[in-house]
Design a protein around this ligand. Structure first.
Ligand code: KE4
Length: 434
């Protein structure tokens, strides 16, 4: 992959990456961080504050990843940090129920239209893995439908034509995922309502669940079209299949109640992560009471976790959701998201660079192709070389974008209009050099 001529990663990050690669596969603990899609070495981060990251070479970068979604309030929000400090002082884990878990559960249930009961877990992957199992247990059916370009964590049965790092690394069907693990997974194209109708017509009474990102972040930002979401709701209800909105990324981001509130489509189950934990390891899955009461020990579907509902993670999540409810940054985030999208699109247009900017609220992607993107095959046509050049150019402008064409960027409440305009100016400078 190309990188910009005056691309510069500091010597400390270069040395740190060399050391890390001796110790951990690829030098990272999650492939999305390794810069594989853009080439070069990743920046090692020392600390973060508000909308900024500070790397170990003392560079200050305006952050549009926000830990891949959680940091909607900006990094190190004082009230979140204080809540974590207070909780930690009372011990970091008990392995016993706490009232704080009930408090967070109440906040989730109050905010998310589809959730009547919820189970806390430790990651988005755990949430989706568990939701699939519960849907299968509740319906007694085996088949599931997912959509290419959608990523739901590293669940064997869902690592089939996945988006995010899998798609970026070109290994959607990962080694180690057995044919048996994926044999009950039907993969359709996103936004294809006819394919959904066809699948249910071909498999009446066999489909346990349909899982999707209601706005995809993991092939770049691709919104679920109204007809598509409506068809999914109608077909699943008619057939008795469970409709699962994977809102790990969109939950508490596109509205307090997520994409389902924003679009007015209520699924049967929802999976959550990222923001719900305020940047700490916490995920959740929930839905209709009749479905959730199938989960052990209320029901028979097994799911467990040593650190599920961990008091420190719960404190971070609860403080975050309280601030989002009380301060409601969503109108502001919509405004600056639209401002950024318009400005970057104009910059690309003025530079004569083929582009398509897609934005929903505080999620956005600059696709390096001229056509709009409705699904994975269309996203896959994007010019990866252009993206890599843009990415490194923006790094040189001290703007830290997601390191893959197939990721959405995330704007925080701490990004000011001035910072958005600086970002647009940086994009103008970079794209005019194409
Ligand atoms: P985690 O297991 O990474 O907490 O969540 C998995 C997951 C599930 N569902 C959706 C819609 C997601 O976006 C994710 C994780 N997203 C990626 C970013 N595209 C996390 C970044 C990473 O893998 O390091």
């Amino acid at each position: 992959m190309t990188k910009s001529e005056n691309y510069s990663v500091g010597p400390n990050s270069l040395a740190a990456f060399e050391r890390a690669r001796q110790l951990m596969p690829g030098g990272v603990n999650s492939p999305a961080r390794a810069f594989g899609a853009v080439g070069g070495s990743p920046l090692f981060i020392k600390r973060a504050q508000g909308p900024y990251l500070y790397d170990i070479d003392d560079r200050k970068l305006l952050d549009y990843i926000g830990s891949w979604g959680p940091m909607i309030l900006g990094h190190a929000h004082p009230e979140v940090i204080e809540a974590v400090i207070q909780a930690t002082g009372r011990g970091t884990s008990y392995g016993a129920p706490t009232e704080a878990e009930s408090g967070l559960a109440e906040q989730i249930i109050e905010a998310v239209p589809s959730i009547e009961k919820v189970r806390l877990v430790s990651s988005g992957t755990e949430a989706t893995m568990s939701a699939i199992r519960v849907a299968r247990g509740a319906t007694g059916r085996h088949k599931i439908i997912k959509f290419s370009g959608n990523y739901h964590g590293h669940v064997d049965s869902l690592l089939v034509a996945a988006g995010s790092a899998a798609a970026t690394l070109g290994v959607p069907d990962s080694p180690g995922v057995t044919p048996g693990a994926g044999q009950d997974t039907l993969v359709l194209e996103y936004n294809d309502s006819e394919a959904v109708q066809q699948a249910f017509a071909s498999h009446p009474g066999e489909i346990a669940a349909v899982i999707l990102e209601p706005v995809v972040g993991n092939m770049g930002c691709v919104p679920g079209e109204p007809k598509f979401l409506k068809t999914l709701r109608e077909e699943t209800r008619k057939d008795g299949a469970v409709l699962i909105f994977d809102e790990v990324m969109t939950g508490f981001r596109l509205a307090l109640g997520g994409a389902q509130e924003r679009f007015g489509v209520t699924p049967d189950m929802t999976t959550l992560g990222k923001i719900v934990g305020g940047g700490m390891p916490l995920g959740a899955y929930g839905g209709r009471t009749d479905i959730m009461d199938q989960v052990l020990p209320a029901g028979k579907v097994f799911q467990a976790g040593t650190l599920s509902g961990n008091p420190v993670a719960v404190a971070a999540g609860s403080a975050t959701l309280r601030l989002l409810r009380d301060e409601s940054p969503y109108e502001y985030l919509d405004q600056i998201g639209a401002r950024l999208a318009l400005g970057v699109a104009k910059a690309a247009s003025d530079a004569g660079v083929p582009h398509c900017v897609q934005q929903v609220g505080s999620m956005m992607t600059l696709f390096f192709q001229a056509e709009s993107v409705r699904n994975w095959p269309e996203a896959d046509r994007s010019n990866r070389e252009h993206f890599a050049k843009y990415f490194w150019g923006m790094i040189d402008q001290s703007v830290y974008m997601p390191c893959s064409q197939f990721e959405a960027l995330f704007i925080s409440r701490e990004h000011t209009v001035e910072m958005i305009d600086q970002t647009i100016e940086a994009a103008q400078a970079v794209l005019s050099g194409f």
